[in-house]
Design a protein around this ligand. Sequence first.
Ligand code: WTA
Length: 681
Amino acid sequence: MSDTSADEGRVSESEIAVHWGEEGYVRPPASFVAQANLTDPSIRERMRLENFPDYFAECAELLTWDRRWDELLDTSHAPFFRWYVGGRLNASANCVDRHLATRRNQAALHFVPEPEDEPMQHVTFQELYVRVNELAAYLRDEVGVQAGDRVTIHMPMVPDLPIAMLACARLGAIHSVVFAGFSGKACADRMVDSESRVLITMDAYYRSGQLLDHKEKADVAVAEAQAGGQAVGRVLVFQRYPGRYESHAPLEEGRDVLMGPALKAYRGRRVEPVPMPAEAPLFLMYTSGSTGKPKGAQHGIGGYLAYAAWTTKTIQDLHPEDVYWCMADIGWITGHSYIVYGPLALGAATTLYEGTPTYPDAGRPWRIAEALGVNIFHTSPTAIRSLRKAGGGHPEHYGIHFKHMTTVGEPIEPDVWKWYHEVVGKGEAVIVDTWWQTETGGFLCSTVPALDPMKPGSTGPAVPGIHPVIFDEDGQEIPRGSGRAGNICIANPWPGMFQTIWKDPARFVATYFAKYNRDPDSHDWRDWPYMAGDGAMQAADGYYRILGRIDDVINVAGHRLGTKELESAALTVPDVAEAAVVAARDPIKGVVPEIFVALHPGREGGPDLERRVSEAIAKEISPIARPRRVWVVPDLPKTRSGKIMRRILTAIANNSPDVGDVTTLSNPEVVDAIRSQHAAP
Ligand code: WTA
């Protein structure tokens, strides 16, 4: 939670959340139900809270264990819950080796390059096995990577990315994948925090028709990490085209290694997967929170993999014979759970698309889906809105037939949902609207596709085994089904839940548990509801609707950004004295950041300054964080105690006629000044 109280101007997406009406139900087609993985109507009864935690053995049964667990759930260090304690397993063996007996010759990865004239590549489980082993051998023998070491991977959507993740997992090393669109500086911050001495990267990749130089970011990352106290001794560089180095950045002798040639000496090498304790960490995934510093969500091997596999099977309804495409990026949690670990744990093939969905036109996703015969499609509301805006690309002109479609990451408006259902899904597919977070490892709320009817605009009931509860600010439970908004929490732990914030257990407890914890010394899970940080309400039918973040986080096109991170980036421009970022509604991206800056005395605003602020944000974080507008204002509205009233700026950025109470301001006159500035063309 943010430490600012509501009246002092917490940024709240729920304040501007769209409140659409309740929609009617849409039933899943009989053809879907007939083939679905989960059709047992007693599932929620079996997974009721009284049966917790025993029912979560079902998730772990999907995996192959080197040693079975002794204890399903250990709560003795609550809220640091430990799942499947005493069990041993290896994630790479579960995603690769165990499928060889039955699926050696089947595709594990479909790689779709962005340039349409480049052929797709299909990697079989056997080839995946070979490549994961060779890289694992290199990492172990050449780089000295051992179990527990952190390895940062800053790579685009190419097969070498999941291969690198699985090679780390094979050794018991902890991977930290950084979204390729993030800057070298953002990568460095994550390397410093995770103390990674190895960076795995790529020379270049395609995005919107351009071959982007990516290796140059590695040089920035290493230099910045060094400045931050973290030496990075090895940079492993994969190549977009074998034998061709496509970056302008030089290779530094002794540090940078081109992996194509380097792996030649490792041909045919095999590495025994290390049987790891179930509760050892599998990866870190950095995400934004209320402070300027991204936090490393630490996920454990056994619990995470079990939950990713189980939700992929039951909610994604994935069978090994399906053709599955999740059009997300592996650099986010969706890609970890539902491109890499969930599908591969189940022995199903997964699709990696390198580029932009609307490149070269909005028909691209449908051409890919048609060519591969995709029958399960997974994407975000932003992608759906931008495809629709780009004319939709005429899904009806293509021979695509999805049985199942997912939407994830943001609330989806009922009319966007209906377009997705009718035009993309041709009315033939079930849709699951899945609500969850980086921290939660897998879905928390969604319809079970063969059991629950869909309701556009609502995520659905909880995933079986998950028991949400909505609290008000004072810790009182809001009556179930009342339609009243509050803070959504999960009453029980679940296997996919993250284990801690890397190197910051106190922040883990403070952010997610302190507000509704009943007794800080309790070892009883009942005293530790997990606070998601989202506003939500539950309708009379039990379906939840997620209203958006209640903290200083904004969700831009499904990318989670901390307002404080953007503000600190703006403050790297020497003229800027103060900055405030707010979320402004956007027809495509849901919300976008707008930034208000006040300058040091004597400094001049104008287009040049605005451009420098925008550039600073792109450089420090990523172009995805670029504000829609930079407003140079005479002063920021502040309370008498000096806190910036973001609520007022949010109202102005969204052109709302009423900015609310301004009587507590020390400088109420700036409100009109900013408003008239904002209203001017
Ligand atoms: C939001 C992405 C409405 C929510 C998987 C959450 C959603 C944040 C939905 C997590 C949904 C995610 N409907 N809002 N179906 N799914 N969100 O960590 O605010 O990148 O807290 O994980 O996205 O974003 P994150």
